[in-house]
Design a protein around this ligand. Structure first.
Ligand code: AMP
Length: 429
């Protein structure tokens, strides 16, 4: 099926043809007619499947004839979890709309709210926003009484990031009769719950197996000791001559540390995480896209919304703490049917995490070692030793605790409970 057959108008067809889109992707084939028919949608779509155009094109088409008056009311709202993703969607929509008079704006935190208000006053049809900033605009009297479409993009991530409250606040403020399109890469209970609240008789679109990764990505996990990970990473990048690689860490602290290490190895790299100011993040991303820096070290917050053309390699320096995030991370590569490679460097502590990931994606990730970086068989998990130690002393420890609890104040109990927490598996890392 062609884009013409989907009923898209010429100005849009010519814009997407300029972008090199020849045929609609599966999610586009299925969603575009439903969006045009004003149906609510619940779509589970993998990252990189073309979902922005799946909702963006029919929305632009619907509002193409809106009178370009000042202060005109808003028609469509697209909520996304991160600033980067919002800006990416805005850029995509602006490209699609280049032959139309539809006006889009992006409303994200970290930018001057008054200047955003001035933009809105000029007359905007579609906004792309993060939930928190959109609420702030509503509190400042943004007129949402004429909104016809709400899109919740990457809904699973919005919920994971704690936006549930904001979405629950925004939803009842919209006109009773509006169309809602919910897109989510994963299919969690939280998402299902939200869908019950915001969708009316939705059409379900499932373009892939639940939580499965993109087929064109080659996945491999290299076993390595924790303290050799940075050296292995530098070795892989250098010896295999990777032209551009996105590297994920689990925390901001390890992202900072790795960034310093890689620079010591003489690699040109950039750093993106939640503590880095937005302007700097965007600048780094632009340099990475232009291939002026070779390695981009990022935390999961940055994994959404990064759309880099033909990114061939993603390396998980540390596995994500939430297994579903693996799907999002590796979704940065192999976009729109291209080949990609996702490498995970796993130490002895991550052997269990990878099993959980394999369960979620429903496939095995082959494990291997790199010559010169094989794990030392004498290194044992610290927490395994601690567990053993604990079980040896289990009875007396329990008795002591019970006796102590009876006579302690609340404060002492709180202290005791932090003490107990220190022995958990995760903290032992
Ligand atoms: P998305 O899933 O919306 O982030 O899109 C992933 C990438 O695929 C982006 O670089 C899009 O520009 C590109 N893309 C979307 N639709 C098509 C299409 N029909 N043909 C080729 N590329 C596409």
């Amino acid at each position: 099926m062609s884009f013409e057959k989907l009923g898209l108008i010429k100005p849009l067809l010519s814009a997407i043809s300029d972008l090199g889109y020849e045929n609609p992707t599966l999610i586009q084939k299925r969603a575009i007619p439903l969006v045009m028919a004003k149906s609510d949608i619940f779509a589970t779509a993998q990252t990189g499947t073309g979902k922005t155009a799946a909702f963006g094109l029919p929305i632009l088409q619907r509002f193409r004839n809106t009178q370009a008056t000042e202060n005109r009311p808003l028609k469509a709202v697209i909520l996304s979890p991160t600033r980067e993703l919002s800006i990416q969607i805005y850029e995509d929509l602006t490209n699609y709309a280049k032959n139309l008079k539809v006006a889009c704006a992006v409303l994200v935190g970290g930018k001057d709210i008054e200047s955003q208000q001035r933009t809105l006053k000029k007359g905007i049809d579609i906004v792309i926003a993060t939930p928190g900033r959109f609420l702030e605009h509503i509190e400042r009297n943004l007129d949402i009484s004429q909104v016809e479409i709400l899109v919740l993009d990457e809904a699973d991530r919005m919920l994971d990031m704690g936006f549930t409250k904001d979405i629950r606040k925004i939803h009842p403020l919209l006109p009773k009769k509006h169309q809602t399109l919910l897109f989510s890469a994963t299919y969690s209970d939280k998402v299902r719950k939200l869908s019950k609240l915001v969708l009316r008789s939705p059409a379900f679109i499932e373009t892939s197996k639940k939580n499965s990764t993109v087929d064109t990505i080659n996945q491999v996990a290299y076993l390595v000791d924790t303290d050799k990970k940075a050296a292995l990473l530098a070795y892989l990048i250098g010896s295999r001559n990777y032209p551009q690689v996105l590297v994920f860490t689990r925390t901001k602290v390890s992202a900072n540390e790795l960034f310093v290490e890689l620079q010591k190895d003489g690699l040109k790299c950039g750093l993106i995480h939640g503590d880095i100011p937005q302007a700097k993040r965007l600048k780094t991303l632009a340099l990475f896209k232009e291939m002026k820096i070779k390695v981009l070290v990022a935390t999961d917050i940055a994994s959404r919304g990064l759309d880099i053309e033909e990114l061939p390699y993603v390396i998980n320096y540390e596995l994500p703490s939430v297994a579903e995030d693996y799907v999002h991370r590796v979704g940065r590569t192999g976009r729109a049917g291209r080949d990609g490679e996702a490498i995970s460097l796993i130490d002895i502590y991550e052997k269990y995490d990878i099993r959980e990931i394999e369960r979620v994606i429903g496939q095995k990730i082959p494990q291997d070692t790199v010559e010169g970086f094989e794990p030392d068989p004498n290194i044992r998990r610290k927490d395994v030793d601690e567990k053993k130690l604990k079980s040896e002393h289990k009875k007396p420890e329990k008795k002591r605790e019970r006796k102590y609890n009876k006579n302690t104040s609340g404060l002492a109990k709180a202290k005791l409970s932090t003490k107990k927490r220190k022995t958990t598996k995760r903290d032992a890392k």
